[in-house]
Design a protein around this ligand. Structure first.
Ligand code: ADP
Length: 451
Protein backbone atom coordinates (compact mmCIF):
# COMPACT_ATOMS: atom_id res chain seq x y z
CA UNK A 1 0.00 0.00 0.00
CA UNK A 2 2.78 2.45 0.89
CA UNK A 3 5.47 3.18 -1.60
CA UNK A 4 8.88 2.22 -0.42
CA UNK A 5 10.34 5.71 -0.35
CA UNK A 6 12.00 7.96 2.17
CA UNK A 7 9.24 10.56 2.15
CA UNK A 8 6.53 8.04 3.06
CA UNK A 9 8.74 6.36 5.63
CA UNK A 10 9.75 9.56 7.41
CA UNK A 11 6.13 10.71 7.35
CA UNK A 12 4.98 7.40 8.87
CA UNK A 13 7.67 7.54 11.56
CA UNK A 14 6.84 11.15 12.50
CA UNK A 15 3.11 10.51 12.52
CA UNK A 16 3.51 7.35 14.63
CA UNK A 17 5.70 9.12 17.18
CA UNK A 18 3.25 12.01 17.36
CA UNK A 19 0.21 9.73 17.66
CA UNK A 20 1.78 7.56 20.34
CA UNK A 21 2.76 10.62 22.41
CA UNK A 22 -0.67 12.18 22.01
CA UNK A 23 -2.47 8.98 23.01
CA UNK A 24 -0.19 8.45 26.03
CA UNK A 25 -0.64 12.04 27.20
CA UNK A 26 -4.38 11.99 26.74
CA UNK A 27 -4.82 8.63 28.51
CA UNK A 28 -2.65 9.63 31.46
CA UNK A 29 -4.35 12.99 31.88
CA UNK A 30 -7.73 11.28 31.72
CA UNK A 31 -6.73 8.72 34.35
CA UNK A 32 -5.18 11.41 36.54
CA UNK A 33 -8.23 13.64 36.39
CA UNK A 34 -10.69 10.82 37.03
CA UNK A 35 -8.59 9.51 39.92
CA UNK A 36 -8.09 12.78 41.70
CA UNK A 37 -11.64 13.81 41.00
CA UNK A 38 -12.77 10.42 42.35
CA UNK A 39 -10.77 10.97 45.53
CA UNK A 40 -12.31 14.37 45.97
CA UNK A 41 -15.81 13.03 45.38
CA UNK A 42 -15.31 10.07 47.72
CA UNK A 43 -14.19 12.36 50.54
CA UNK A 44 -17.06 14.73 50.06
CA UNK A 45 -19.64 11.92 49.76
CA UNK A 46 -18.40 10.23 52.94
CA UNK A 47 -19.09 13.48 54.70
CA UNK A 48 -22.46 13.79 53.03
CA UNK A 49 -23.39 10.20 53.98
CA UNK A 50 -22.65 10.76 57.66
CA UNK A 51 -24.61 14.02 57.41
CA UNK A 52 -27.62 12.03 56.14
CA UNK A 53 -27.30 9.52 59.00
CA UNK A 54 -26.90 12.35 61.56
CA UNK A 55 -29.88 14.28 60.20
CA UNK A 56 -32.05 11.14 60.32
CA UNK A 57 -30.86 10.54 63.90
CA UNK A 58 -31.83 14.10 64.83
CA UNK A 59 -35.28 13.69 63.22
CA UNK A 60 -35.72 10.36 65.06
CA UNK A 61 -34.84 12.05 68.32
CA UNK A 62 -37.20 14.97 67.85
CA UNK A 63 -40.08 12.74 66.73
CA UNK A 64 -39.33 10.17 69.42
CA UNK A 65 -39.38 7.16 67.08
CA UNK A 66 -39.91 6.04 63.44
CA UNK A 67 -43.12 7.05 61.66
CA UNK A 68 -43.73 6.43 57.97
CA UNK A 69 -43.19 10.17 57.36
CA UNK A 70 -40.05 10.57 59.43
CA UNK A 71 -37.31 12.18 57.26
CA UNK A 72 -39.18 11.57 54.00
CA UNK A 73 -38.18 14.99 52.67
CA UNK A 74 -34.56 13.92 53.02
CA UNK A 75 -35.22 10.89 50.83
CA UNK A 76 -37.05 13.08 48.38
CA UNK A 77 -34.23 15.58 48.12
CA UNK A 78 -31.75 12.73 47.60
CA UNK A 79 -33.85 11.43 44.77
CA UNK A 80 -33.81 14.83 43.11
CA UNK A 81 -30.02 14.86 43.34
CA UNK A 82 -29.79 11.53 41.57
CA UNK A 83 -29.32 8.91 44.30
CA UNK A 84 -31.66 6.76 46.32
CA UNK A 85 -32.26 6.39 50.08
CA UNK A 86 -33.97 3.58 51.94
CA UNK A 87 -34.75 3.90 55.65
CA UNK A 88 -35.05 0.80 57.79
CA UNK A 89 -35.70 0.40 61.53
CA UNK A 90 -33.32 -1.46 63.83
CA UNK A 91 -34.93 -4.81 62.84
CA UNK A 92 -34.43 -4.11 59.18
CA UNK A 93 -38.07 -3.36 58.36
CA UNK A 94 -38.38 -0.76 55.56
CA UNK A 95 -39.93 2.53 56.68
CA UNK A 96 -39.70 4.25 53.34
CA UNK A 97 -37.81 3.62 50.09
CA UNK A 98 -36.78 6.23 47.49
CA UNK A 99 -34.22 4.02 45.84
CA UNK A 100 -36.34 2.27 43.24
CA UNK A 101 -37.85 5.59 42.21
CA UNK A 102 -34.40 7.09 41.72
CA UNK A 103 -33.46 4.05 39.77
CA UNK A 104 -36.51 4.41 37.55
CA UNK A 105 -35.78 8.10 37.03
CA UNK A 106 -32.30 7.36 35.87
CA UNK A 107 -32.97 4.23 33.87
CA UNK A 108 -33.37 6.27 30.72
CA UNK A 109 -30.18 8.10 31.28
CA UNK A 110 -26.83 7.20 32.62
CA UNK A 111 -27.80 4.45 35.05
CA UNK A 112 -26.95 0.93 34.28
CA UNK A 113 -27.91 -1.84 36.64
CA UNK A 114 -24.43 -3.29 36.76
CA UNK A 115 -22.94 -0.08 38.02
CA UNK A 116 -25.23 0.42 40.98
CA UNK A 117 -23.50 0.62 44.38
CA UNK A 118 -25.11 0.50 47.76
CA UNK A 119 -23.82 1.64 51.13
CA UNK A 120 -25.50 1.14 54.49
CA UNK A 121 -24.96 3.44 57.51
CA UNK A 122 -26.33 2.86 61.00
CA UNK A 123 -28.46 5.64 62.56
CA UNK A 124 -27.20 6.11 66.06
CA UNK A 125 -29.08 7.93 68.82
CA UNK A 126 -27.56 8.06 72.31
CA UNK A 127 -25.01 5.44 71.38
CA UNK A 128 -27.69 2.99 70.30
CA UNK A 129 -28.43 1.89 66.74
CA UNK A 130 -32.02 2.79 66.05
CA UNK A 131 -32.11 2.06 62.34
CA UNK A 132 -30.26 1.93 59.05
CA UNK A 133 -30.13 4.09 55.97
CA UNK A 134 -29.19 2.47 52.63
CA UNK A 135 -27.69 4.83 50.09
CA UNK A 136 -27.97 3.63 46.52
CA UNK A 137 -26.01 5.38 43.82
CA UNK A 138 -24.63 4.99 40.35
CA UNK A 139 -21.01 4.05 39.70
CA UNK A 140 -18.14 3.04 41.92
CA UNK A 141 -18.37 6.44 43.62
CA UNK A 142 -21.35 8.62 44.15
CA UNK A 143 -21.51 11.53 41.79
CA UNK A 144 -24.12 14.17 41.51
CA UNK A 145 -25.40 15.22 38.11
CA UNK A 146 -23.08 18.24 38.20
CA UNK A 147 -20.08 16.08 39.04
CA UNK A 148 -20.99 13.76 36.24
CA UNK A 149 -21.38 16.64 33.79
CA UNK A 150 -17.99 17.97 34.86
CA UNK A 151 -16.37 14.62 34.07
CA UNK A 152 -18.17 14.35 30.75
CA UNK A 153 -17.01 17.86 29.80
CA UNK A 154 -13.43 17.04 30.67
CA UNK A 155 -13.56 13.90 28.56
CA UNK A 156 -15.12 15.78 25.68
CA UNK A 157 -12.46 18.52 25.81
CA UNK A 158 -9.83 15.83 26.02
CA UNK A 159 -11.17 14.23 22.85
CA UNK A 160 -11.32 17.60 21.06
CA UNK A 161 -7.77 18.44 22.16
CA UNK A 162 -6.58 15.02 20.99
CA UNK A 163 -8.20 15.45 17.59
CA UNK A 164 -6.65 18.92 17.19
CA UNK A 165 -3.26 17.60 18.31
CA UNK A 166 -3.48 14.71 15.84
CA UNK A 167 -4.38 17.12 13.05
CA UNK A 168 -1.44 19.42 13.90
CA UNK A 169 0.91 16.42 14.22
CA UNK A 170 -0.21 15.12 10.81
CA UNK A 171 0.33 18.50 9.15
CA UNK A 172 3.75 19.02 10.74
CA UNK A 173 4.83 15.44 9.98
CA UNK A 174 3.91 15.74 6.32
CA UNK A 175 5.56 19.17 6.11
CA UNK A 176 8.78 18.00 7.79
CA UNK A 177 9.09 14.82 5.75
CA UNK A 178 8.51 16.82 2.58
CA UNK A 179 11.05 19.38 3.72
CA UNK A 180 13.70 16.74 4.32
CA UNK A 181 13.09 14.76 1.17
CA UNK A 182 12.53 17.62 -1.27
CA UNK A 183 16.27 18.40 -1.72
CA UNK A 184 16.93 14.69 -2.25
CA UNK A 185 14.25 14.54 -4.92
CA UNK A 186 15.70 17.66 -6.60
CA UNK A 187 19.19 16.17 -6.50
CA UNK A 188 17.95 12.88 -7.96
CA UNK A 189 16.28 14.72 -10.82
CA UNK A 190 19.47 16.65 -11.57
CA UNK A 191 21.57 13.46 -11.34
CA UNK A 192 19.22 11.76 -13.84
CA UNK A 193 19.61 14.68 -16.25
CA UNK A 194 23.40 14.59 -15.89
CA UNK A 195 23.30 10.87 -16.61
CA UNK A 196 21.47 11.63 -19.85
CA UNK A 197 24.13 14.20 -20.80
CA UNK A 198 22.24 17.37 -19.93
CA UNK A 199 25.11 19.12 -18.14
CA UNK A 200 23.21 22.37 -17.77
CA UNK A 201 21.05 20.72 -15.09
CA UNK A 202 21.49 22.30 -11.67
CA UNK A 203 19.77 22.34 -8.27
CA UNK A 204 18.55 25.90 -7.74
CA UNK A 205 16.73 25.39 -4.46
CA UNK A 206 19.75 25.24 -2.13
CA UNK A 207 18.89 23.82 1.33
CA UNK A 208 20.30 25.56 4.42
CA UNK A 209 21.07 22.44 6.44
CA UNK A 210 24.75 21.61 6.39
CA UNK A 211 24.55 18.01 5.11
CA UNK A 212 21.97 18.71 2.44
CA UNK A 213 23.80 21.90 1.48
CA UNK A 214 27.03 19.96 0.94
CA UNK A 215 25.27 17.27 -1.06
CA UNK A 216 23.58 19.87 -3.28
CA UNK A 217 26.81 21.78 -3.74
CA UNK A 218 28.58 18.53 -4.68
CA UNK A 219 26.03 17.62 -7.34
CA UNK A 220 26.08 21.16 -8.74
CA UNK A 221 29.85 21.07 -8.80
CA UNK A 222 29.76 17.70 -10.55
CA UNK A 223 27.43 19.12 -13.22
CA UNK A 224 29.64 22.15 -13.61
CA UNK A 225 32.81 20.14 -14.08
CA UNK A 226 31.14 17.69 -16.46
CA UNK A 227 29.98 20.68 -18.48
CA UNK A 228 33.46 22.20 -18.51
CA UNK A 229 35.01 18.91 -19.50
CA UNK A 230 32.55 18.56 -22.31
CA UNK A 231 33.36 22.08 -23.55
CA UNK A 232 37.10 21.45 -23.20
CA UNK A 233 36.85 18.16 -25.05
CA UNK A 234 35.02 19.74 -27.98
CA UNK A 235 37.31 22.77 -27.96
CA UNK A 236 40.38 20.58 -27.79
CA UNK A 237 39.37 18.49 -30.79
CA UNK A 238 38.63 21.51 -32.93
CA UNK A 239 41.80 23.26 -31.73
CA UNK A 240 43.96 20.27 -32.58
CA UNK A 241 42.38 19.92 -35.99
CA UNK A 242 42.90 23.61 -36.64
CA UNK A 243 46.50 23.64 -35.40
CA UNK A 244 47.50 20.65 -37.47
CA UNK A 245 45.65 21.55 -40.63
CA UNK A 246 47.67 24.68 -41.48
CA UNK A 247 51.17 23.23 -41.36
CA UNK A 248 50.00 20.00 -43.01
CA UNK A 249 48.39 21.93 -45.88
CA UNK A 250 51.56 23.97 -46.35
CA UNK A 251 53.68 20.81 -46.36
CA UNK A 252 51.33 19.06 -48.74
CA UNK A 253 51.15 21.95 -51.24
CA UNK A 254 54.91 22.50 -51.19
CA UNK A 255 55.70 18.81 -51.69
CA UNK A 256 53.10 18.64 -54.46
CA UNK A 257 54.70 21.63 -56.19
CA UNK A 258 58.07 19.87 -56.05
CA UNK A 259 56.59 16.59 -57.31
CA UNK A 260 54.94 18.41 -60.20
CA UNK A 261 58.25 20.01 -61.05
CA UNK A 262 56.94 23.52 -60.40
CA UNK A 263 59.45 23.98 -57.59
CA UNK A 264 63.04 22.86 -57.47
CA UNK A 265 63.63 20.82 -54.29
CA UNK A 266 66.42 23.13 -53.19
CA UNK A 267 68.22 22.81 -49.87
CA UNK A 268 66.54 26.00 -48.66
CA UNK A 269 63.04 24.68 -49.43
CA UNK A 270 63.69 21.28 -47.90
CA UNK A 271 65.06 22.99 -44.80
CA UNK A 272 61.90 25.06 -44.45
CA UNK A 273 59.76 21.95 -44.90
CA UNK A 274 61.81 20.20 -42.26
CA UNK A 275 61.23 23.13 -39.89
CA UNK A 276 57.52 22.83 -40.46
CA UNK A 277 57.68 19.11 -39.65
CA UNK A 278 59.68 19.90 -36.51
CA UNK A 279 57.00 22.37 -35.49
CA UNK A 280 54.37 19.69 -35.92
CA UNK A 281 56.43 17.32 -33.81
CA UNK A 282 56.66 20.00 -31.12
CA UNK A 283 52.93 20.57 -31.12
CA UNK A 284 52.30 16.83 -30.69
CA UNK A 285 54.89 16.71 -27.92
CA UNK A 286 53.22 19.62 -26.09
CA UNK A 287 49.85 17.98 -26.53
CA UNK A 288 51.21 14.81 -25.01
CA UNK A 289 52.54 16.72 -22.03
CA UNK A 290 49.26 18.54 -21.50
CA UNK A 291 47.23 15.39 -21.93
CA UNK A 292 49.47 13.46 -19.59
CA UNK A 293 49.22 16.20 -17.04
CA UNK A 294 45.47 16.60 -17.30
CA UNK A 295 44.69 12.90 -17.31
CA UNK A 296 46.56 12.30 -14.08
CA UNK A 297 46.19 15.78 -12.67
CA UNK A 298 45.26 14.44 -9.27
CA UNK A 299 48.37 12.33 -9.10
CA UNK A 300 50.72 15.06 -7.95
CA UNK A 301 53.90 13.56 -6.67
CA UNK A 302 54.23 15.87 -3.69
CA UNK A 303 57.46 16.19 -1.78
CA UNK A 304 59.07 18.83 0.41
CA UNK A 305 61.81 20.63 -1.49
CA UNK A 306 63.89 23.79 -1.52
CA UNK A 307 62.15 25.96 -4.13
CA UNK A 308 64.85 28.69 -3.89
CA UNK A 309 67.46 26.18 -5.05
CA UNK A 310 65.14 25.03 -7.82
CA UNK A 311 64.68 28.57 -9.19
CA UNK A 312 68.42 29.20 -9.00
CA UNK A 313 69.33 26.05 -10.90
CA UNK A 314 66.72 26.69 -13.61
CA UNK A 315 68.14 30.21 -14.06
CA UNK A 316 71.63 28.74 -14.46
CA UNK A 317 70.32 26.54 -17.28
CA UNK A 318 68.92 29.62 -19.01
CA UNK A 319 72.17 31.59 -18.84
CA UNK A 320 73.17 30.62 -22.37
CA UNK A 321 69.78 31.65 -23.83
CA UNK A 322 69.93 35.02 -22.06
CA UNK A 323 73.51 35.54 -23.20
CA UNK A 324 72.58 34.70 -26.77
CA UNK A 325 70.05 37.55 -26.79
CA UNK A 326 72.30 39.78 -24.70
CA UNK A 327 69.51 40.20 -22.16
CA UNK A 328 70.21 41.78 -18.79
CA UNK A 329 68.86 39.57 -15.99
CA UNK A 330 68.25 40.88 -12.44
CA UNK A 331 67.63 38.16 -9.84
CA UNK A 332 66.35 38.52 -6.29
CA UNK A 333 65.97 35.01 -4.92
CA UNK A 334 65.17 34.67 -1.23
CA UNK A 335 66.95 31.63 0.27
CA UNK A 336 65.44 28.58 1.94
CA UNK A 337 61.88 28.79 0.69
CA UNK A 338 60.57 25.30 1.27
CA UNK A 339 57.57 24.09 -0.72
CA UNK A 340 55.48 20.97 -0.50
CA UNK A 341 54.45 20.03 -4.02
CA UNK A 342 55.34 18.29 -7.23
CA UNK A 343 58.88 19.53 -7.82
CA UNK A 344 59.13 18.59 -11.51
CA UNK A 345 55.85 20.23 -12.40
CA UNK A 346 56.56 23.38 -10.46
CA UNK A 347 59.92 23.48 -12.27
CA UNK A 348 57.96 23.27 -15.52
CA UNK A 349 55.97 26.38 -14.54
CA UNK A 350 59.14 28.41 -13.89
CA UNK A 351 60.77 27.08 -17.07
CA UNK A 352 57.74 28.04 -19.20
CA UNK A 353 57.60 31.56 -17.78
CA UNK A 354 61.36 32.18 -18.04
CA UNK A 355 61.44 30.74 -21.55
CA UNK A 356 58.56 33.01 -22.61
CA UNK A 357 60.31 36.11 -21.26
CA UNK A 358 63.46 35.09 -23.04
CA UNK A 359 61.49 34.44 -26.25
CA UNK A 360 59.29 37.52 -26.25
CA UNK A 361 61.91 40.04 -25.11
CA UNK A 362 64.10 41.41 -27.88
CA UNK A 363 67.89 41.40 -28.00
CA UNK A 364 69.31 43.66 -25.30
CA UNK A 365 66.12 43.63 -23.25
CA UNK A 366 65.84 43.43 -19.50
CA UNK A 367 64.33 40.63 -17.37
CA UNK A 368 63.77 40.84 -13.61
CA UNK A 369 63.08 37.77 -11.51
CA UNK A 370 61.94 37.85 -7.87
CA UNK A 371 61.26 34.90 -5.60
CA UNK A 372 60.17 35.57 -2.05
CA UNK A 373 57.89 34.53 0.79
CA UNK A 374 54.68 36.50 1.36
CA UNK A 375 52.48 35.25 4.20
CA UNK A 376 51.50 31.68 3.43
CA UNK A 377 52.70 31.86 -0.14
CA UNK A 378 55.88 31.53 -2.14
CA UNK A 379 55.74 34.23 -4.80
CA UNK A 380 57.52 34.07 -8.14
CA UNK A 381 57.50 37.24 -10.22
CA UNK A 382 59.06 37.59 -13.65
CA UNK A 383 59.00 40.95 -15.38
CA UNK A 384 60.35 41.84 -18.80
CA UNK A 385 60.41 44.88 -21.05
CA UNK A 386 59.62 42.83 -24.14
CA UNK A 387 56.87 43.01 -26.71
CA UNK A 388 54.05 42.79 -24.16
CA UNK A 389 50.58 41.42 -24.73
CA UNK A 390 47.65 43.36 -26.17
CA UNK A 391 44.58 43.96 -23.99
CA UNK A 392 42.52 41.79 -26.33
CA UNK A 393 44.90 38.85 -25.94
CA UNK A 394 45.37 38.94 -22.18
CA UNK A 395 42.15 37.10 -21.27
CA UNK A 396 43.08 34.19 -23.54
CA UNK A 397 46.79 33.60 -23.14
CA UNK A 398 46.23 30.85 -20.57
CA UNK A 399 44.00 28.96 -23.01
CA UNK A 400 45.34 26.04 -24.98
CA UNK A 401 46.82 26.88 -28.37
CA UNK A 402 46.30 30.59 -27.85
CA UNK A 403 49.11 32.65 -29.18
CA UNK A 404 49.26 36.40 -28.98
CA UNK A 405 48.67 38.27 -32.21
CA UNK A 406 52.32 39.21 -32.54
CA UNK A 407 53.75 35.80 -31.88
CA UNK A 408 51.26 33.99 -34.10
CA UNK A 409 53.23 34.43 -37.29
CA UNK A 410 56.66 34.24 -35.79
CA UNK A 411 59.02 31.37 -35.97
CA UNK A 412 59.81 31.87 -32.30
CA UNK A 413 56.22 31.29 -31.25
CA UNK A 414 55.51 27.92 -29.72
CA UNK A 415 52.28 26.01 -29.88
CA UNK A 416 50.43 28.20 -27.36
CA UNK A 417 50.24 25.42 -24.80
CA UNK A 418 52.97 26.45 -22.35
CA UNK A 419 50.86 28.84 -20.26
CA UNK A 420 47.87 26.46 -20.13
CA UNK A 421 50.17 23.81 -18.70
CA UNK A 422 51.61 26.32 -16.22
CA UNK A 423 48.14 27.40 -15.10
CA UNK A 424 46.91 23.81 -14.69
CA UNK A 425 49.91 22.98 -12.52
CA UNK A 426 49.59 26.10 -10.34
CA UNK A 427 45.85 25.52 -9.81
CA UNK A 428 46.44 21.88 -8.95
CA UNK A 429 48.71 23.12 -6.15
CA UNK A 430 46.03 25.49 -4.88
CA UNK A 431 47.92 28.54 -6.15
CA UNK A 432 47.26 31.43 -8.51
CA UNK A 433 48.84 32.71 -11.67
CA UNK A 434 48.24 36.19 -13.05
CA UNK A 435 49.58 38.58 -15.65
CA UNK A 436 49.95 42.32 -16.11
CA UNK A 437 51.11 43.45 -19.48
CA UNK A 438 51.15 46.38 -21.85
CA UNK A 439 51.83 46.07 -25.51
CA UNK A 440 55.39 47.13 -26.48
CA UNK A 441 56.26 47.91 -22.86
CA UNK A 442 56.61 44.53 -21.24
CA UNK A 443 54.90 41.83 -19.20
CA UNK A 444 54.82 40.76 -15.59
CA UNK A 445 53.76 37.26 -14.58
CA UNK A 446 53.10 36.47 -10.91
CA UNK A 447 52.77 32.95 -9.51
CA UNK A 448 51.66 32.32 -5.93
CA UNK A 449 52.02 28.83 -4.49
CA UNK A 450 50.90 27.96 -0.95
CA UNK A 451 53.87 26.95 1.20
P1 ADP B 1 53.72 29.89 -26.65
O1 ADP B 1 54.16 28.51 -26.90
O2 ADP B 1 53.11 30.55 -27.82
O3 ADP B 1 54.74 30.72 -25.95
P2 ADP B 1 52.30 30.14 -24.21
O4 ADP B 1 51.08 29.47 -23.75
O5 ADP B 1 53.52 29.98 -23.39
O6 ADP B 1 52.49 29.69 -25.69
O7 ADP B 1 51.96 31.68 -24.32
C1 ADP B 1 50.79 32.09 -24.97
C2 ADP B 1 50.96 33.46 -25.57
O8 ADP B 1 51.13 34.44 -24.56
C3 ADP B 1 52.18 33.61 -26.41
O9 ADP B 1 51.92 33.18 -27.73
C4 ADP B 1 52.46 35.08 -26.35
O10 ADP B 1 51.70 35.78 -27.30
C5 ADP B 1 51.99 35.48 -25.01
N1 ADP B 1 53.10 35.61 -24.04
C6 ADP B 1 53.48 34.73 -23.11
N2 ADP B 1 54.50 35.20 -22.36
C7 ADP B 1 54.80 36.40 -22.84
C8 ADP B 1 55.78 37.44 -22.53
N3 ADP B 1 56.64 37.28 -21.51
N4 ADP B 1 55.78 38.57 -23.26
C9 ADP B 1 54.91 38.73 -24.25
N5 ADP B 1 53.97 37.84 -24.62
C10 ADP B 1 53.90 36.70 -23.92
Amino acid sequence: MFRNNLRTKTAIVFISIALISIVIVSITTNILIINSFGNYVTKSTDKEFSNIANTLAAVYKSEGGWKSTTGREIGHAAMMEGYGLRLRDKDGKIIWDFSSMSYMMNMMGKWNKKNISEKTLPIIVDEKTVGYVDIIYYGPIMMSDLDFKFLCDISRYNVIATVIAIFIALTISIYVSNYITRPLINITEVAKKLEKGDFTAKVYDIPKEDELFKLTAAINHLGESLKNQEILRKQMTSDIAHELRTPLTTLQSHIEAMLDGIWEPTHERLKSLNEEVLRLINIVKDLETLNKFESDMLKLNKIKFDASELVKSILTNFEASFAEKEQEVVKNIEDNIMLFGDKDRIAQVFVNLISNSNKYTPVGGKIKIDFYKDGDYAVFVIEDNGMGISKDDIPFIFERFYRGEKSRNRETGGSGIGLSIAKAIVLAHGGEISVESEINKGSKFTVKIPL
